[in-house]
Ligand binder design. Sequence first.
Ligand code: 6PG
Length: 473
Amino acid sequence: MENTYDYGMIGLGTMGCNLVLNMSDHGYSVAGFDKNTAQADKLTKLADGRKLKAFTDMELFVAALQKPRTIMLLVPAGGIVDAVIESLKPYIGEEDIIIDCGNSHFIDTQKRTDQLAKDNIHFMGLGVSGGETGARFGPSIMPGGNVDAYNRIVPMLKDVAAKVNAVPCTAYMGNGAAGHYVKMVHNGIEYALMQMIAETYHLLKKYAGLNNDELQDVFSHWNKGKLQSFLIEITAAIFLQKDELTSSMLIDMIADTAHQKGTGAWMSQDAMNTGSPIPAIDAAVSARTLSSLKKERIAASLILKGPPAETLTGDKNVFIAEMENALYAGFVLTYAQGLAMLKSSSDFYKYDTDITTVASIWRGGCIIRAAMLEDITETYTKEPDIKNMLMDKYFSEAINNTQAALRSIVQKGAALGIPLPALAAALVYFDAYRNDWLPANLIQAQRDFFGAHTYERTDKEGTFHTEWNATVQ
Ligand code: 6PG
């Protein structure tokens, strides 16, 4: 019984149990721990002849593991991770590995890594994407941290990860907290793609007048083309789901207030700190927050007036085709922003993250998997040092061919008073990035005017300050 199990898993919620069963499918024996007896019992029931055992006593749990031990955590991010580490500490020792598989903040992961390294315990931040089904049958796995520790777990990670053309969707993401950083970027991209799909739904429903069956048709059709992706696929399926409590469709019974656990906001915060522009992701985070102000929105709807509601009078199919191109442009601009940020952050934090590898492991298993990631992987394989994928021939042509549709849809939204924050922010990013002149000279003049902050000139090197001669009362 002692020292017999290959791996330990702390946290036997749905994600934890599913990952344990996935590991067991591939021949690994796993001891599980949960202080909640009901959760532990659940694993005992699921074990059903497999070499799995659930514990509610930490000492017995650790004693059951082979040395050096590898202990995975699937517990909520934040203080619980620290509490679990503290409760493990008396029983673990040198060369043991603790792998945090939750959505922890990368700064916390770095602190925990540094702290545990003092006792020669390896702490790894590992992003897992794919939800409950992914955990059970093959997620995309983003590990980072100590290379020796990583090498010890590679075979298991490759076994349990999703496969694309038999290639596992897992690879080393880089030093320190790189695994959790890459997962945060994944989630930020996820937020923007979801928001853009929701904005598309808004226009198709309220302006084009599509019912749920028609919406299902449109998204299913799009899922066969250049928008093919997990999020488009589940969106189509959502419009088919009947409500169990009423005779309505479920989508029409769900309250329009989006929640968030923080990973999208973390990406925006870090983008602000490190100086990476990701407006589409910022807009998606704010859009969720705005949606949650439901009471205020109801009150405002009675007072604040926009343009009168309008319905589409032209050809629906033409509008739907334009919408498809606009959404495609939005998706391209979202991946471009996310990956450009990841590249510059990897330099900033010295993660040494390989963007080609990241794009390739996102092709399967994860929430943002999409046909487009094949093209993105190809782009970065050809040009690993490209600063922004929009500069690649394939994507510059793709965006040049669809920007007009995005522009027209964003204009339509503005004219109708239908908010399209993420699509509009994506367009703003495109227009700012491709403009060789921006009015930032005026910002510099203003800064120098009121604060002597200096400016650079167009005709000479150096920094300059002017005693501005206008007086202002
Ligand atoms: C994934 C998801 C997963 C989780 C999100 C939800 O990749 O499997 O991103 O990690 O569903 O964290 O986040 P929000 O609650 O913030 O939407």
